[in-house]
Ligand binder design. Structure first.
Ligand SMILES: Cc1cc2nc3c(=O)[nH]c(=O)nc-3n(C[C@H](O)[C@H](O)[C@H](O)COP(=O)(O)O)c2cc1C
Length: 402
């Protein structure tokens, strides 16, 4: 399922130089399944032709309140009442001021005033305009009225000045929009998630590691925040961007991961251990790089501390729900059953790592869940959708524990 599937979104485009960027936003949301209708202010349509938004959204663009009414196409009240979300992007200082004071002198402002759906506002303007106490006061008024502000970014403006006021980057805006469109069933939950591989140093240049990309753990972190959770991600080395709204602690070795997790676990309601922690590390780490001309290099390994087992032992004292992953290449169900029991887990996601489209590095996954209700095979789907299905099960367990 695409992220915006079945969502009705009204986008209000106002007279900012950043209007062209929102053409990309509309295109992405439409491709991801949203039904997008665009309303433009008169100034907005001086920057980008309404035809651009009509072509990208597949819907007519509305610009004039009276024309819309005359043609009986749609009333100024209807749009904001039928939508799941009303997003004003870019929002000029002028439109923000009008909305803050209930002025309804064009189709966009009237639609917002009459809207019964959530309203989000993405300001975009020169820093002087943005930092002006009048604009700041207007933004506070809108927040007090329950509107969500998508904070602008800091950077260079079209007018060559630098400061706050640039339209937010899509990656951040998208997360806030998805948050607004998602049921907040994990509000109040403090979720600790581990992700990625660990690296066990052999010498200053080499390490032992594994193929974990961190994608599954990061997908869990991103979707948990979207569903309202407070998420702390403890991650081994990956190339992934920290998901929006997630607190991240970076670690390298299994020993560092152990120390951080044991410290953080006392303060959370759910722990999801998706990291692929090294089971072994070199007994000795060379302080200088081992040279090729040394006759041979024999590695003596020792076991690392078992983080999941430790969390299982501490579970009753700290009262968290404990979820583990089993990365297996054979006898999946037996291995999962054994791990669930031995590590005192509430839920385990069993992962077949022998297929190219499941497990390490892939963007898709197919896991089997096991808890006190037995086995459930989840479909082969994106890691983000898999994360949502795992969180659905966690949410149900949390609800039944109340
Ligand atoms: C080239 C140019 C760029 C502009 N960029 C912005 C902008 O980024 N943000 C803003 O608040 N106003 C900007 N303005 C001023 C608005 O277009 C102006 O205040 C207009 O009345 C806004 O009308 P609206 O809010 O109904 O769209 C710009 C004006 C011009 C001529």
């Amino acid at each position: 399922m695409s992220r915006f599937s079945g969502k009705k979104i009204v986008v209000g485009v106002t007279g900012s130089i950043a209007a062209f960027k929102v053409a990309g936003w509309v295109s992405t949301m439409t491709k991801e399944g949203a039904d997008v209708s665009v309303i433009m202010t008169a100034a907005g349509s001086r920057f980008v032709a309404p035809l651009t938004f009509a072509a990208l959204s597949g819907n007519p663009v509305l610009t004039d309140m009276f024309k819309a009414e005359e043609s009986h196409a749609i009333s100024h009240i209807e749009l904001g009442q039928k939508a799941d979300l009303l997003l004003i992007a870019p929002a000029t200082a002028n439109t923000i001021a009008k909305l803050a004071h209930g002025i309804a002198d064009d189709l966009l402002a009237t639609t917002v005033l009459a809207a019964s759906c959530p309203v989000m506002i993405a300001p975009a303007m020169n820093s002087g305009m943005f930092e002006n106490p009048i604009t700041q006061r207007n933004i506070r008024l809108l927040m007090d009225a329950g509107y969500t502000i998508i904070d602008p970014a800091y950077g260079q403006m079209a007018c060559k000045t630098e400061g706050p006021g640039r339209l937010a980057e899509w990656e951040n805006a998208e997360e806030k929009i998805l948050q607004n469109l998602t049921t907040q069933d994990l509000t109040g939950q403090k979720i600790l998630i581990t992700a990625g591989p660990t690296r066990e140093a052999l010498d200053p240049a080499r390490f032992l590691s594994n193929r974990s990309s961190g994608k599954m753990g990061y997908a869990l972190a991103r979707t948990a925040v979207r569903r309202g959770a407070d998420v702390h991600l403890i991650s081994g080395p990956t190339t992934l961007l920290t998901p929006y709204g997630v607190k991240k602690t970076s670690v390298v070795s299994a020993e560092e991961m152990y120390a951080q997790v044991v410290q953080a676990c006392t303060d959370c309601t759910v722990i999801i251990k998706a990291a692929a922690v090294s089971d072994f590390r070199p007994q000795n780490t060379a302080t200088q790089k081992v040279k090729k001309d040394d006759a041979e290099f024999v590695l003596q390994l020792e076991q690392t501390d078992d983080i999941l087992k430790k969390l299982g032992e501490m579970k009753e004292k700290h009262n968290y729900l404990l979820v583990g992953f089993a990365a297996e290449s054979c006898n999946l169900r037996e291995a999962g059953e054994k791990k669930l029991k031995n590590k005192n887990l509430d839920l385990i996601a069993i992962n077949d790592i022998s297929n190219n489209n499941t497990g390490f590095e892939a963007n898709t996954n197919q896991v089997t869940l096991l808890d006190s209700d037995g086995f459930t095979d989840l479909p082969l789907t994106s890691k983000e959708e898999t994360a949502n299905l795992i969180l659905d099960r966690i949410s149900a367990q949390l609800a039944s524990a109340v």
